[in-house]
Design a protein around this ligand. Structure first.
Ligand code: CA2
Length: 155
């Protein structure tokens, strides 16, 4: 069975418990369920992982290389700082879509730059928890298109 990795970075375990005006009232567990319900009709399993530690996120990306077909990733504040996460995504070569709950472009200027954006095939920002469900749809579409392209270019 196909699997995707739903990866969340630092502080996103607090979703739904603090700062509802910025991050909403939906919990991370709710989001994990939402993403699984998008993937269920496609027979795709969602492996969900959250960590507050950069190295643990790098390890999860490496593990996904052998198990997953793609990654939905909200790297949290590491979005703006982490060369290590960018290198990990580039290194495993899996398709990755970046999600941000808040509209980072309406916030402080240090949130306007993503080191991960150049290694993602797309970004969804500012749509709250809905962004994760849309990201799941986009990732499945991307994976199926890649598979089709592979079949068509086989000789
Ligand atoms: O908008 C996003 O999804 C962010 O990735 C969230 C990060 C922030 O550093 C990025 O610039 C944008 C912060 C996650 C903090 O999550 C919390 C959730 C609830 C309560 C407090 C923090």
């Amino acid at each position: 069975m196909k699997e995707i990795l739903l990866l969340n970075g630092p502080n996103l375990n607090l979703l739904g418990t603090r700062e509802p005006s910025v991050y909403g009232t939906v919990t991370l567990q709710d989001i994990e369920r939402q993403v699984q319900s998008v993937c269920d009709p496609h027979g795709v399993t969602v492996k969900a992982y959250q960590s507050n530690h950069e190295g643990a996120l790098v390890d999860a990306i490496h593990e996904a290389m052998n198990t997953a077909s793609g990654i939905i990733f909200n790297p949290g504040a590491y979005t703006h700082t982490s060369v290590a996460l960018r290198d990990a995504i580039a290194g495993v070569g899996l398709p990755m879509i970046e999600v941000h709950i808040s509209n980072v472009h309406k916030r402080e200027s240090f949130r306007h730059t993503s080191l991960l954006a150049p290694v993602s095939f797309g970004q969804i920002v500012g749509l709250g928890s809905l962004g994760y469900s849309l990201a799941a749809q986009a990732l499945l579409d991307h994976i199926y298109k890649e598979e089709k392209h592979g079949e068509n270019t086989k000789n």
